[in-house]
Design a protein around this ligand. Structure first.
Ligand SMILES: Nc1ncnc2c1ncn2[C@@H]1O[C@H](COP(=O)(O)OP(=O)(O)OP(=O)(O)O)[C@@H](O)[C@H]1O
Ligand SMILES: [Mg+2]
Length: 416
């Protein structure tokens, strides 16, 4: 009967643990409660928490094996200690955090934090679990929530080398903190970007209400400036909404057949006036055959529009922008190359970050929000496509988009 009972407990614990990968992220402390319940169900009979001692249903080695098996199934680092705080088992995530951990090591040689040792001693003494913050610095800084749970040690278990007495369970907070930081940065950047044109519009309104009240010429001039600042705010909001909707659909792959050659031709047509105005010769080396991808036409237009517009705006001094196609096997590559000042190598990995601009003043003057390439990156991710950026400062920049073809290119379809 008891054997069946403990088998049910073990199975229940395994079912509970099996749910952990999802539940863990969603309800950290709730999961912790489940772990404690499961662990309590496996406590050594005769421990202080059990008023009526019953004979052990599972031997200590058997109990340790079961706990090892369960901890190996957990996604977070778990370490089991005996009554002398020596390591009985450490699951795979724990071994990857504490690279030098070995069975039988005293926990003080694994976690070198006096606070953690004091907390373990306290748990051993009182039998009550505690939770503390723990920072692990090597090889990279990581922050954890460390839960220390008593498994209830009987006097016999305290002598037994195989008896798991304390459970250490770590929840990695690094990613969560990173996301929070990104969110805070994003809000700060977005409000800053909106506040700048808003402040200038308010300034013009005050001037028009005061000093320039009766100045016809100033009024016309200021109204035009206000219009362009308001347009910039509207553009920023459009870009933010666009980024948001692309992110919401990130996991849904677009399914229409779109000819990239036509998309690029359309973009070149739209940007002809800007190129002419900027003194830039825009040349497209159009292949004679369609190159069809599974995609969203409007989003692909957005991608090439931003790349070509950037090439014209920032590479203006080069006087030329070339767009070329290449196809290899089941992909098509579209390269947008300019011959302007290029991008210094330290900026290249960051230019697809939201609001990142090499020269903020220049970008603002050109009406940029710094969101263009972030939108490009998200759209391309959704299309399972890639973007590579190459630049030799002083010689220009080259943006290469590689999209999977919906039907593999055959020789006859290859561009010349
Ligand atoms: N072809 C290029 N040559 C030089 N610098 C470039 C080029 N393309 C992009 N950059 C740099 O990368 C930054 C980010 O580009 P991105 O397209 O994301 O924003 P933006 O052009 O400033 O604003 P938006 O695209 O919203 O108009 C630009 O501000 C510019 O500094
Ligand atoms: Mg841009």
């Amino acid at each position: 009967m008891l054997i069946i009972g403990s088998a049910i407990v073990v199975m229940a614990a395994m079912v509970i643990f099996a749910e952990l990968p999802v539940a863990w992220a969603v309800a950290g402390s709730g999961v912790m409660a489940l772990v404690v319940i499961a662990v309590n169900a496996m406590k050594t009979p005769g421990a202080p928490a059990d008023p009526a001692p019953v004979p052990p249903a599972v031997s200590e080695p058997g109990r340790l094996d079961t706990m090892r098996m369960i901890s190996e199934a957990l996604p977070d680092p778990v370490i089991l200690l005996d009554a002398q705080s020596r390591v009985l088992t450490a699951n795979e995530p724990a071994r990857s955090v504490f690279e030098r951990i070995d069975l039988d090591d005293h926990i003080s040689s694994v976690i070198r934090s006096p606070r953690v040792h004091e907390a373990i001693d306290q748990v051993l003494e009182t039998g009550d679990g505690v939770m503390i913050d723990y920072e692990h610095r090597v090889p990279i800084d990581r922050r954890f929530e460390l839960h220390i749970v008593s498994l209830g040690a009987s006097p016999q278990a305290k002598r037994d080398k195989e008896a798991p007495t304390t459970l250490l369970l770590l929840r990695d907070l690094t990613r969560q903190e990173q996301v929070e930081r990104m969110r805070a940065d994003f809000v700060a950047n977005a409000s800053h970007e909106l506040r700048t044109p808003l402040a200038s519009v308010l300034g013009f309104i005050e001037t028009l209400q005061g000093a320039a009240r009766n100045d016809e010429k100033a009024r016309a001039e200021f109204l035009e400036l206000m219009r362009s600042q308001a347009a910039r705010m509207a553009r920023l909001i459009d870009d933010l909404l666009s980024l948001n909707s692309i992110e919401l659909n990130a996991h849904v792959r677009p399914n229409d057949d779109v000819d990239v050659v036509l998309v690029v031709a359309h973009v070149a047509e739209i940007l002809k006036p800007l190129a002419a105005e900027s003194g830039v010769a825009l040349a497209v080396d159009t292949p004679p055959v369609p190159l069809t991808v599974k995609g969203d036409r409007d989003e692909l237009i957005q991608v090439f529009q931003n790349l070509v517009e950037n090439a014209i705006k920032y590479g203006q001094s080069g006087g030329r922008v070339d767009i070329t196609f290449s196809s290899a096997g089941d992909t098509v590559g579209v390269e947008v190359r300019d011959y302007g000042p290029g991008i210094a190598s330290e900026h290249v990995p960051r230019i697809t970050e939201r609001f990142y601009r090499v020269d903020v003043k220049q970008s603002r003057q050109k009406g940029g929000t710094g969101l263009g390439l972030a939108i490009v990156k998200h759209i391309l991710n959704r299309h399972r496509a890639g973007l590579t950026v190459k630049s030799i400062p002083g010689q220009g920049a080259c943006f290469n988009v590689v999209l999977p073809l919906s039907t593999p290119a055959v020789d006859a379809r290859k561009p010349t």
